[in-house]
Design a protein around this ligand. Sequence first.
Ligand SMILES: [Cu+2]
Length: 263
Amino acid sequence: MYGRLPIVKMLAATVALAAAISAVMLSINWDGQEASTAAPKIDDLLNVMIVVSALVFSLVIVMLFYALWKFKAKPGDESDGEPIHGNTRLEVAWTLIPTIIVLFGGGYSWKVLNEIEKPAKNAITVDVFSQQYAWSFGYPGKDMAWSEGELHVPVNRQVQFKMHAQDVIHSFWVPEWRIKKDNVPGITTTAIVTPDKVGTYQLICTELCGFGHASMRAKVVVESPPKFREWVADLKQQVPQPLADSITQDTESNPVPLDAGGA
Ligand SMILES: [Cu+2]
């Protein structure tokens, strides 16, 4: 037989390799500036998963290289390998450990999602209209003011974006907020964000939506509440009728039976 594996040494090598990989990976600022209350929570989640992945990767690499070194065939040895049948302890371990890791990742993500999507009492609603290849926005108020290509929101207040795609699937993404949400024709999707840093950002369409997809962007301005109110009050246009209709005509809030008219 092969004798006992040097478990302690292998574990030490695994931890050392994982620490080295984590140190490099965590030193990189993957997502850039954080500008919403969700951003630090999402970044922490990513960092934890990076460390967990580094541990799994290191364990596999250490075992692989140990096996390559220890069990290498001698020159001229053409014989078959030893026939090996199941190892219950090993099988229990390689089922149980991944299960625990996946459940941990799922539970942690669930917790983060719950926290960042918790509706606030003083939230404002902004309607988002996406079409090939432009964004426009409707603001709350009697006449529903409308802006094209430029989104303004107040700082430190939750915004609930109600999204209405007019043609194909688009996706709403402001990298500094970390939130990304698909806009799907026929249904209203919601993204909840609390921007917490004044500044100018970019809204990017992140679902390949056609020829002009790469240029489907809008300017995002996060500003103080008085400035925001002033800006909305100065808007001259109202949401055009076809866009206003798309708010109420989605099949999610107004389900239409499948056999209702049509071909
Ligand atoms: Cu698009």
